[in-house]
Design a protein around this ligand. Sequence first.
Ligand SMILES: Cc1cc2nc3c(=O)[nH]c(=O)nc-3n(C[C@H](O)[C@H](O)[C@H](O)COP(=O)(O)OP(=O)(O)OC[C@H]3O[C@@H](n4cnc5c(N)ncnc54)[C@H](O)[C@@H]3O)c2cc1C
Length: 417
Amino acid sequence: MSQSSTPPIEGIGFTVPPELRDVLDRVRAFVAEDALPAEAEIPDLNEITGSWDVIDRLRDKARERGIYAPHLPEEWGGLGIGVLGMSLISQECGVTPIASLGLNAMAPDEGNMHTLLMAGTEAQQERWLRPLAEGRIRSCFAMTEPDVASSDPTNLATTAVRDGDEWVLNGRKWFITGAIGAEIAIVVAKTGSAERASHRDYSLILVPTDTPGWEVVRDPGLIGAHMVGGHPEIRLTDVRVPVENLLGAEGEGFVIAQKRLAGGRLAHAMRWIGVSQRALDLTAERLEEREAFGVPLSKHQSMQWFLADSAIDLYASRMMVLNAAWRVEHGLEHRQEVAMVKTFVSEAFGRILDRCVQVFGSHGMATDLPIGQWYADARAARIYDGASEVHRMTIARTLLRYTRNGESTAAGCGQIS
Ligand SMILES: Cc1cc2nc3c(=O)[nH]c(=O)nc-3n(C[C@H](O)[C@H](O)[C@H](O)COP(=O)(O)OP(=O)(O)OC[C@H]3O[C@@H](n4cnc5c(N)ncnc54)[C@H](O)[C@@H]3O)c2cc1C
């Protein structure tokens, strides 16, 4: 808990570390010259699977530019870039949903690759990480369930029971991003027998989606956040997989899942910043172009305030993500910071897009134009990867722990010591 291990910081400020500058330049060029023009080749960005050839071509371009799968170690075909570098890359990629896909660094595959790297055996890595890293297959992460409040993971009811040399899984999952067309699922299942489950009663199990008993039941239409492979509901009925499909140690499911989450949450936050920045740029242009009551909209003070408030939100968001990423990269305590980042940036994303809709007027409400689409995307950000209320609960708990120990809460509020 104590943050006294923080090394002294010389100077306050952020510059891009020299070793990342060249990579970032190449990512920017990839986004501007390859990804943004390719958007026009995809008739419906909500149906990217139908235009997968475009993504494959983008991946070839990313390889040519030497920026493919930047999050993976070099021996897996990547660049070995850490959380801070990935946060900066995600910000650049956020301007279009196909840029991160083009780098093969998009959720849920990115997080699943990290999980396999962290917890997979050599055989599991060869079988599943290899084709994921090469972009030959897709994956999904199946935790949330329709029947229980999944914010509290000890509610999860899907079971995996040992039967000889197999695990037998039964249960229901939903909102499983990318599950349609995914070849492998990492399923969170209860392996402990305690009736009142604790965090240590859950494990991760690798389930190939062609295993009998794995069934996509339906794909609910969603407000925004459309992704490759939908967010379907899955039924698992006597799904049998070999015992070797346990990923990591039995009972370690949430320990492993927690480790994958920090980088994923920061990358999401940076992508939201990228989208917000693009929306704000379009909004500023709109204010200059359109006139009302004899002057450009940009001359009306209330319109200017929309811009200013969004700039303030973006500035705070960027600084928070970079500081949290820096803490992760330096092996410092970071759960409090990541929870605050997830909450603040997802909500700032919503506020910024809401202002953009107002500036654009009825244009902003059209779901086939970017502002309306991003507005809808922003709503989901407050729910996935931990809902805002749950993050606030853990943030407050940490603060109260300091108080109960007779300490100031400053260390839990981003204090730099
Ligand atoms: C676009 C999208 C993609 C997703 N992708 C995936 C995926 O790939 N894999 C996966 O497993 N899941 C995925 N999810 C599901 C997501 O992780 C869950 O929706 C989320 O964890 C919340 O769980 P729940 O829906 O069961 O809500 P519940 O747990 O039922 O919560 C309902 C409400 O109660 C609030 N609440 C809960 N506890 C508290 C508390 N202590 N104090 C105050 N309020 C509280 C919550 O904040 C929420 O507002 C996705 C969801 C979305 C929207």
